[in-house]
Design a binder for this molecule. Structure first.
Ligand code: HEC
Length: 138
């Protein structure tokens, strides 16, 4: 894998996607494998509340793909390496590491294996069963 230039992404600088963990090779189940990660590590800041950080609402598929105040798509279905959300969770973009580095005691960083799952889920079309919405973890 070479160095891809993600032009037009949120990143002001070029993003070296060769540093990303590889996508998992398994078929990913959104409800079982991705939803709990997003709820635990993201939803506290990107929930359905009007004050969601960056006006980025991760409760529904549509808004999770669409992105927030940057007006850039956060997820490009089928293309994990080109998806800004993946660059952020992979710590490839300075100042936009997600969850933010200083908040990781409360919102755990995704492991490499988990990032691989998120990548596979996006590569497989970011399938999200209709009617499913994220919620605060219990
Ligand atoms: C502690 C709060 C917090 C948590 C937890 C958090 N974020 Fe963020 N997120 C922010 C803030 C603040 C911004 C705006 C940063 C900026 O624009 O400088 C942001 C911006 C974003 C954006 C850009 C949206 C846009 O279009 O402007 C994406 C995508 C994103 N976060 C994804 C995630 C993901 C995925 C997770 C979980 C793995 C996550 N974030 C966890 C605070 C958080």
């Amino acid at each position: 894998m070479g160095i891809a230039i993600a032009s037009g992404s949120l990143a002001a600088e070029d993003v070296d996607v060769s540093k990303l963990p590889a996508a998992a090779s398994s078929e990913v189940d959104f409800v079982k494998e991705i939803k709990p990660l997003f709820e635990k590590s993201c939803f506290g800041c990107h929930g359905a509340k009007p004050r969601a950080k960056s006006k980025y609402f991760m409760n529904k598929r549509e808004t999770t793909l669409k992105g927030g105040s940057s007006k850039e798509a956060a997820i490009i279905a089928g293309k994990s390496a080109a998806s800004p959300l993946v660059h952020f969770i992979g710590d490839l973009v300075e100042e936009l590491e997600m969850p933010p580095i200083d908040k990781r005691e409360k919102y755990p960083q995704l492991t490499k294996a988990q990032i691989g799952l998120v990548r596979a889920w996006i590569d497989q079309g970011a399938k999200w069963p209709s009617g499913v919405e994220l919620a605060m973890p219990q």
